[in-house]
Design a binder for this molecule. Structure first.
Ligand code: 5GP
Ligand code: MN
Length: 330
């Protein structure tokens, strides 16, 4: 078994669902792990006799439409919470699904996730922090319980794992990751089709966005951190969409000698930050927590209600302080 301590409880929970209406809820601005996990769980729960629907505040990004296929994603306003069972995937806390979901969901029956910062906000919490992706956790649960996995489900799980491991490069990429992916391939997951959709269909807008980001890179903290900034009007000037920011921060981290890379998005009266570390000991989730965010030791993020002018110097200060703190510990 992949998750002997948790799969039986997951199986028990699924047994309680037939005939129920289940909302499979993901986080705002969904990524590959979120969409892949939502689609896969909804399909498996329907097989098990539940009426399952995917619910997301934001739509499915264009490059992930091949994962969603004919799965209709409901907007929170389209459904009522009364009589529905809510389950979250890939959400570290009850705020991650976004304001519009929060407005209609009063409580979560289950929470399936892999973030170290997960707050265990549901009645049943399936939180596997040693896993690279929520899709890995779900794949393990499905195999352990012997559920049938069709090719669409297999591809969804594969995409979730491939994207959250940075294409099988990040430290959480374990033997279990490859074992689960191997079995998903047997069941119809197709890595070549997935990477063609994910990485070979870029828009010119995204390339312009990349130019803006690369031109803004600045080395700080004795060249151990590299920060790039996206100005307020960048989506209008480049023609890029919000989902095109994904992956940009990896360029900052990839530089020789850099331990932590950052992308800071100026959104007018708020700032969104994404942090990436080369090694877990830099615990960027703790740095993100200094601004009310969270995530994993190597990948974390936050959104703060501040202007860029107030935020930037404060961020540099916290970054210096954070390096000092991890230095003392390691
Ligand atoms: P990203 O930087 O790609 O937005 O997110 C990286 C990781 O940090 C993801 O796993 C995501 O769940 C987490 N993360 C991003 N933003 C937030 C946030 O505002 N709050 C929390 N708790 N986690 C976040
Ligand atoms: Mn994830």
């Amino acid at each position: 078994m992949f998750y002997p301590h948790a799969s039986p409880e997951f199986g028990e929970w699924v047994k309680s669902l037939p005939g129920k209406r289940v909302a499979v809820i993901g986080h705002a601005r969904p990524d590959g792990d979120c969409i892949g996990s939502q689609v896969a769980l909804a399909r498996v729960l329907r097989q098990a006799g539940a009426e399952a629907h995917c619910v997301n505040q934001d739509g499915v990004p264009r490059r992930l439409e091949f994962v969603a296929r004919d799965e209709r994603f409901l907007e929170p306003g389209e459904w009522m919470n009364d009589g529905w069972t809510a389950v979250s995937v890939d959400c570290s806390d009850a705020d991650r699904p976004g304001e519009t979901v929060k407005a209609v969901v009063s409580g979560y029956e289950a929470n399936i996730d892999h973030h170290i910062s997960n707050t265990h906000f549901a009645r049943r919490n399936f939180v596997e922090v040693s896993s690279a992706a929520t899709a890995e956790v779900l794949g393990g649960f499905f195999f352990d319980n012997g559920y049938p996995i069709d090719p669409v489900t297999a591809q969804g799980l594969y995409v979730g794992i491939a994207t959250d491991t940075g294409q099988f490069r990040f430290p959480a990429t374990s033997r279990r990751v490859f074992q689960i992916c191997g079995r998903l391939l047997e069941l119809g997951a197709d890595p070549a089709v997935a990477s063609s959709h994910l990485y070979e269909q870029e828009s010119m807008g995204k390339m312009k966005l990349l130019q803006v980001y690369l031109a803004s890179l600045r080395m700080v903290c004795d060249r151990r951190a590299c920060i790039g900034v996206l100005p307020r009007d960048v989506f209008e000037t480049t023609g890029a969409s919000f989902e095109d920011t994904e992956g940009l921060v990896d360029y900052a981290r990839s530089i020789h000698g850099v331990d932590v890379g950052a992308i800071i998005e100026d959104r007018g009266n708020e700032v969104k930050g994404s942090l990436r570390a080369k090694e877990g000991r830099f615990r960027v989730n703790d740095l993100a927590a200094r601004f009310g965010g969270g995530g994993h030791v190597c990948a974390a993020g936050f959104t703060v209600q501040m202007t860029m002018e107030t935020f930037y110097p404060r961020f540099l200060e916290e970054l210096r302080e954070h390096f000092r703190a991890v230095e003392v510990e390691n």
